[in-house]
Each structure stands twice: as structure tokens, then as C-alpha cells.
Design a binder for this molecule. Structure first.
Ligand SMILES: Cc1cc2nc3c(=O)[nH]c(=O)nc-3n(C[C@H](O)[C@H](O)[C@H](O)COP(=O)(O)OP(=O)(O)OC[C@H]3O[C@@H](n4cnc5c(N)ncnc54)[C@H](O)[C@@H]3O)c2cc1C
Length: 296
């Protein structure tokens, strides 16, 4: 995929801790057409606003730089979730956890205004398996993904989603099937990535036959969640557990050190990488979540 330059058309604080930036225009239409969901790779600009990529610094230049193969740019690449898109309107929204200025992406979001630009380097990722019961766990960074998952589960889906947030002001209204309960876990102001609220909730959760477990949060919690689920007999093909960030490391550092603590054998049947939707065929275990992301 050629690098794309997205332009913000709205910036909304959906809670005091989460900012939604919506982009629109031709580059968004081009991205949606690639079908690369649910994750999106952003290339953040340098401090002087330039990207160091010809077609992002001058969209009319016609260059096609293979960003993902250029190590010197990786320091500025971040992975986020496409919270929503609308193919008819050519809009796409990303929800940013506001965790201060230490992070390139968080700092960009804090300064984002209508007209701000963001480089896009690609996308893709796995989604979630079809199951009799769902066990979902995540912190605020996973809230956009959990929002998508819940909106797109079958209407008769059953399960529980545990969402860890800094405090009650970070709760959001989530559209979900009636049979899926959302349980908010508050850190009561404690720093993100400290504590074991999600680990404890998952450990205490009664596992139902046919459960599919999805978890994403800070590295320490996802490692403990995976270990606990494996101990309790959940097979790797029935889980997808990914570290979304790691305390003390930038995303690039975390990816280099331990590939987001991924276990590539998890949910390795019939998965759909790069967002190609194989989810509607009979007999597949994949939900076509990406292709059915809700419209605005
Ligand atoms: C598949 C995937 C999807 C994701 N989707 C989203 C999403 O939709 N929205 C979202 O906000 N995040 C999402 N994340 C997490 C996000 O990529 C990381 O939080 C990323 O590190 C943020 O980049 P940054 O430039 O702000 O901080 P970085 O430069 O990467 O990190 C700088 C410092 O901030 C710390 N840090 C990073 N994230 C947080 C945080 N949330 N709270 C406190 N400290 C932090 C790091 O440990 C480091 O010390 C996703 C991650 C993955 C892998």
C-alpha cells in the first residue's frame, strides 16, 4: 500500500481520557478500499511537521515509498485501531488514549485540530473467533477494539467484557448484544499498566465450554492472562491475547523486544490477516468484524 496522508475533519473528546479524531477524503477512501482492518499503522510527523517521506511531504509528487521496509521510519510508526469507518462518506475514526506528551501519538492527538495530518503506512491484523461464549478483557487502549467487537458480534452472542479504565469518567456507552455483559474495572486513578485488575477478573471468571478469549492490554497483564487461561485448559486456537503496549518502552521498542508478546499459534485456524474478510462463508471460524464495522 502506498503511504497515505489523512486529514482530520473533527476532533472530539469522548471522555476526559480518550480523543476521537475523524479523517475524511480521498486518502481515507483509498485506505478503506484496501480492506486493511482492524488495525492501522500510522506514521507520525517529526517535530517540524515533516514526515521524511516524499509523498507525505508533497502528496502531488507521485512517489510510492515502501515505509514498512524503511527501518529509519519505524521509530515513528504506531499501531492503533480503526474505531469506525464509513465507506459511503469516506470517513474513518481513531480513538487515542490521552497519556501525555511522552508518546509521539498521544502528543500528536493532544495537538490535533481540524486540518491536522497523519501519515498512514498500512494496516491489518486478526479479529476474533466465532464462539458459544466470549471472554473479552482489555484496558483503555483496547477500548476501541472492544467497542468494534461488541458492535459486530451476532445479536444472540453471549459473554462478558472486562474493561479496565483509570476511573469512572473513562466509561463509554458501548453498543452490545443483550447477552454480553460489560464490567468496568476502575484503577481509581492509579497509573496505567500498574496493578492486576484484568488478570484477577479473568482468573475469577467462570469459563464456559466453547469460550473464545480475547485480551489486549499492557504487557504484564496479557502475559499473566494468557498463562492463567492456558492453565485452565483454554486452547491456543480459542484465544487471541496481544500486548498493546509495555510500560517504559515505545511501541517500536516493544515490537522489537517481544513482538507485542504475540503467540502466533493463537487463533491460527482460518484467521484473516490484512483484513481480507473470509468471515461470511459457512464453516469458517472467523467473524467478518472488520468488514462489518459500524457506520457512523
Ligand atoms: C493492535 C493494536 C491496536 C491498538 N489500538 C489502540 C487504540 O485504538 N487506541 C490507543 O490509544 N492505543 C492503541 N494501541 C496502543 C498504542 O499503540 C500504544 O499505547 C502506543 O505505545 C502509543 O504510542 P505513543 O506514541 O503515544 O507512545 P510511545 O511513544 O509508544 O510510548 C511512550 C511511553 O508511553 C508509554 N505508554 C504507551 N501507551 C500508554 C498508555 N496507553 N498509557 C500510559 N502510558 C503509555 C510507553 O510505555 C512509553 O513509556 C494499540 C496497540 C496495538 C498493538
Amino acid at each position: 500500500m502506498p503511504a497515505l496522508l489523512f486529514t482530520a475533519v473533527s476532533v472530539d473528546d469522548i471522555t476526559p481520557h480518550m480523543r476521537r479524531v475523524t479523517f475524511a477524503g480521498e486518502p481515507v477512501a483509498a485506505y478503506i478500499a484496501t480492506g486493511q482492518f482492524p488495525n492501522i499503522k500510522m506514521l507520525l510527523p517529526r517535530a517540524d511537521g515533516t514526515y521524511g517521506v516524499p509523498e507525505l511531504d508533497d502528496p502531488s509528487c507521485g512517489a510510492d515509498t515502501p515505509i514498512r521496509t524503511m527501518p529509519e521510519l519505524h521509530e515513528r510508526v504506531r499501531t492503533y485501531t480503526v474505531r469506525r469507518f464509513d465507506a459511503a462518506e469516506s470517513t474513518l475514526s481513531i480513538d487515542f488514549v490521552m497519556h501525555g506528551d511522552e508518546g509521539l501519538a498521544s502528543a500528536w492527538a493532544a495537538r490535533a485540530r481540524v486540518g491536522s495530518t497523519l501519515g498512514i503506512a498500512g494496516g491489518g491484523g486478526k479479529s476474533i473467533g466465532l464462539a458459544a461464549d466470549y471472554l473479552i478483557a482489555g484496558d483503555e487502549t483496547a477500548l476501541p477494539a472492544i467497542g468494534n467487537i461488541l458492535e459486530n458480534l451476532p445479536a444472540d452472542a453471549r459473554g462478558t467484557a472486562y474493561v479496565e479504565v483509570c476511573d469512572d469518567s473513562a466509561r463509554q456507552e458501548l453498543t452490545r448484544p443483550a447477552g454480553v455483559e460489560v464490567k468496568w474495572l476502575s484503577r481509581e486513578g492509579a497509573e496505567a499498566g500498574t496493578g492486576t485488575l484484568l488478570v484477577d477478573a479473568v482468573a475469577a471468571h467462570p469459563l464456559v465450554d466453547g469460550v473464545f478469549a480475547w485480551a489486549a492490554a499492557e504487557s504484564a497483564q496479557v502475559l499473566a492472562i494468557r498463562k492463567g487461561l492456558r492453565k485452565r485448559g483454554v486452547e491456543r486456537r480459542s484465544m487471541l491475547v496481544i500486548g498493546y503496549w509495555r510500560r517504559g518502552l515505545t511501541e517500536n521498542g516493544y515490537a522489537k523486544k517481544s513482538n507485542h508478546d504475540r503467540d502466533l499459534k493463537e487463533f491460527d485456524d482460518h484467521t484473516h490477516e490484512h483484513g481480507h474478510d473470509h468471515g461470511h462463508g459457512v464453516g469458517t471460524k472467523v467473524l467478518g468484524l472488520a468488514a462489518r464495522l459500524r457506520r457512523h
